[in-house]
Design a protein around this ligand. Structure first.
Ligand SMILES: Cc1cc2nc3c(=O)[nH]c(=O)nc-3n(C[C@H](O)[C@H](O)[C@H](O)COP(=O)(O)O)c2cc1C
Length: 193
C-alpha cells in the first residue's frame, strides 16, 4: 500500500493535527505490512503560490514541480492530510498543494453535456482536522466553518469521499481540549484499517 502523509500545521511539536495524522498513519502502517510512506510537509517545505508558469503546460521547472506533486497524489492508495483551522479555513500552505492536484483532464473532466466528472474514485483520503472553537450544527461558529465543508466539496469534486477525524474546541480550555482529543482518538480507533 502506498500512503501519502501530508501535514500543514505551523505549530510544530504542539500541533494537534500533526499528532492526529501521526496516529492515523501509525495505525494504517501497522495493519498493512510493507506500507510505503511518502511524507510531504507543506510547512517545512512550502510550495509557492500557483501561478501561470506552475500550471500544467507552463513548460518549465515550476510546471514540472507541480506535475510531480500531482503524480505523487495519483500514485497513493491512501492520503492522510493534517488540516488545522486557521482563520476559518485551511492553511495557505495546504491550499498551494491543493492547487497542484485539481487538474482538468487528470483529476476531473468536463463532459460534453456540461457535467463535471471526478476522475479519482477509489482513493482513500483521511483528513485530520483540529480547530480551536466549535463549528457543529447549531454551534455559534457553524456559519464560519469553511474547512471541513470546503474539503468535503473539493474532494467530492474529483470523486473522493473523504473520511474526517475531528478535534474541535481545543482552544476552549483544558476540559474541552481533553474531550476533543479523546473524541478524535475514538474516531481513529473506529477507522477501518
Ligand atoms: C494562525 C491561527 C489561526 C487560527 N484560526 C482559528 C480559527 O479561525 N478558528 C478556530 O476555531 N481556531 C483557530 N485557531 C486555533 C487552531 O485551529 C487550533 O489551535 C488547532 O489546534 C490548530 O491545529 P494545529 O494544532 O495542528 O496547528 C487558529 C490558530 C492559529 C495559530
Amino acid at each position: 500500500m502506498k500512503l501519502l502523509h501530508i501535514d500543514s500545521s505551523i505549530t510544530g511539536e504542539t500541533s494537534v493535527s500533526r499528532s492526529l495524522t501521526a496516529a492515523i498513519v501509525a495505525k494504517l502502517a501497522a495493519a498493512h505490512s510493507g506500507t510505503e510512506i511518502t511524507r510531504r510537509d507543506v510547512t517545512a517545505t512550502p510550495l509557492p503560490h500557483l501561478d501561470l508558469a506552475a500550471m500544467p503546460g507552463g513548460g518549465g521547472d515550476a510546471a514540472s514541480a507541480s506535475t510531480a506533486i500531482l503524480e505523487e497524489f495519483l500514485a497513493a492508495d491512501v492520503v492522510v492530510i493534517g488540516a488545522p483551522m486557521y482563520n476559518f479555513t485551511i492553511p495557505s500552505q495546504l491550499k498551494a498543494w491543493i492547487d497542484r492536484i485539481i487538474v482538468a483532464g487528470r483529476t476531473f473532466r468536463h463532459n460534453a453535456d456540461g457535467s463535471v466528472e471526478g476522475l479519482i474514485p477509489g482513493k482513500r483520503v483521511i483528513v485530520a482536522i483540529s480547530r480551536g472553537n466549535f463549528y457543529g450544527v447549531g454551534a455559534p461558529g457553524e456559519r464560519l466553518e469553511h474547512l471541513e465543508t470546503y474539503l468535503a466539496a473539493l474532494f467530492g469534486f474529483i470523486g473522493v469521499t473523504p473520511e474526517f477525524v475531528i478535534a474541535e474546541g481545543v482552544g476552549a480550555g483544558p476540559d474541552h481540549r481533553a474531550a476533543a482529543l479523546d473524541h478524535a482518538d475514538q474516531t481513529i480507533t473506529a477507522l477501518a484499517a
